[in-house]
Design a protein around this ligand. Sequence first.
Ligand code: F3S
Length: 773
Amino acid sequence: ALAQTQAAPKRKAAIPPYQKILKKFEDVRTILGARKLTLAEKILYAHLDNPEESLLANTDNGRSIRGNANLKLKPDRVAMQDASAQMAILQFMTCNLPSTAVPASIHCDHMIVGEKGADTDLPNSIAGNKEVFDFLESAAKRYGIEFWPPGAGIIHQTVLENYAAPGLMMLGTDSHTPNAGGLGAIAIGVGGADAVDALVDAPWELKAPKILGVRLEGKLTGWASPKDVILHLAGRLTVRGGTGYLIEYHGPGVDTLSCTGMATICNMGAEVGATTSIFPFSDNHIPYLKATGRDAILDAVKGVAYGSEKYNFLRADNGVEYDQEITINLSSLEPHINGPFTPDLSTPLSKFKDAVQTNKWPDTFSAGLIGSCTNSSYEDMTRAEDLVKQAQAAGLKPKADFFITPGSEQVRATLEDSKTLETFTNAGGIVLANACGPCIGQWKRTDEVKKGEDNAIICSYNRNFPGRNDGNRRTMSFLASPEIVTAVSYAGSTSFNPITDEIPLPSGGKFKFQAPKGAQLPGSGFAVGNPAFLPSSADPDPTVEVVVDPASDRLALLDPFEPFPASELEGLKVLYKVKGQCTTDTISAAGPWLKYKGHLPNIAENTLIGAINAATGETNVAYDDDGSKLSIPDLAKKWKEKGQHWLVVAEDNYGEGSAREHAALQPRYLGGQIILAKSFARIHETNLKKQGVVPLTFANKEDYDRIDACDTVDTEGLWDVLQNGGRGEVTLRVTKANGESFSIPVKHTLSKDQCGFILAGSALNLLAKRGQS
Ligand code: F3S
């Protein structure tokens, strides 16, 4: 019913503001002289708000920028997915601006369930999330954000097809935003509050990443695919190996890869902890831009990339040095299978059979799933189609359940036209909606696998942490290319190697797959698909009312936080003293709570529920002055009601784990004013300051032992520090229940800007104030 045969849509191509970017780049060259720059550095530094300030402070006068400089960046655009967009938009609304400062888009993909197939799953999911979609759509129309409705596609695929361009710098409220690096953009995954910085034209801060150069040599052959490049690299780097680095691909192998293949590689760079990944502008970007109706970008890019020796903007300077370098020979790369439970447990296909035996992994795959934001390109799908056709000709059907998730309506409609989807469904495959579905736990399994039962699945997605796909923490999820997933789905066996092994035929013969063949792009461009899936206009409409039902339990408008009192903080009480690790998940649990991301009072009910009480060893058990026992959120609410502000005391690396702005918003909402820890995870420390919470660390870590729950705390010197833009010392006066009192010295990392956030009550309060003046 959705079939369309139109040529690529004549949407106006979104062209990065190259003139502005190149002007900044000239400034950067003037400041840094003859210093050689990598491609990523060029694009990043050309987006600095004030290049001189960022590049010369703390950098030995520009000699050691990477790893040291504090970059204040002005991105060109922002993309938000539906789950994280809720809080981003609610925060943006508190600034009272008529429209976003930079182009932005919202993509409804994370809340769509995968079960029986797109035709039934999509309407059911829309009905179940209607108030959230209505809110996002109305806000998008009011503020001039392009709204891609449920069914339009997955954020990263839609961005690649419509917004990504060489030299662009963008933020996205999703970890796999780096997908756009496949088309030469710097695209970084962030939280909602960071996205709001860009939406209101405030500089977004980033510690200048070090650059990891990955040199590609040779050419992929046979079964090896771009996915195997990143599966292999994840094994070499591990999930932490890219932290603090930006991965820049280069070398002769780059030009052998398709644009969508490069996007797959950049997408999954998030799994090694890298800030982002990028490919240089290459010949294979040209047909992709043409096929997606963006010839205009090619004209604009000419002057930037090739037009002038002076610019040479879209590639690294010759002879530039990387902080670390890895070489991968594509010609000898074999397919890999990664997992279970972590994306860096990487096994070459030829060794996987042995690994299954050694580790006693299940004998069978219960399901094979292809597509997602990582691997749903025309090339991926036509190579999988080729394998299905081979097996079908031999009379075989997949033994495992087989699911296909197209990444966008454009890809889906094109695959419908080319009869690729028909080939999949004839083989028993189920085509799910153009959305995240099983990749993010939105998979309603209808097979016989019970919750808590060991089983193995194989998918072409990017993440495989426990519970990620079906909510069953015992499901072992293995990651591979769509080609490998498709082939092993026919055998259903975890020890089947499609390159060497045969499948017995009912007739008695044997069947062996030939290496897959596909096409990078459809011969006559992409189809439009269902026009109902095209986005709303980017023109703001002030007459649109943003829809939030006051009775909703999923959405609540935000009230701005109170400004800092014009004095020291007095009479704070210790709500809880946390023992041991305290991650962002401890502070704001995920799972079922994600439903309440747009409703701060409701999601605050999970605040610190994973935290261990240092005095009793209990989890989520707090005690009031009078000895009464409550959950942590209940005690916080009780204190909030009577106007009792509080602090939390914690150990090392408070707020580690995935960047989650709710972990800062919730304590602030419940009346928290200080977090006092032995040390902080850097991103969370910044998030606290943005929300108006003061992060302090013990000058002497042993003082952690002297302070307890329900102690009273007054600050001494904090008010002066805030007045003086971060200069000065702070001590805390601690008073015990028995009247005993002592001072402990503490440290802070408040910059001048951050003092402004705290004084105003939050970074957004400050921006709103500036907007009004
Ligand atoms: Fe969605 Fe999975 Fe990608 S959740 S954005 S398809 S990583």
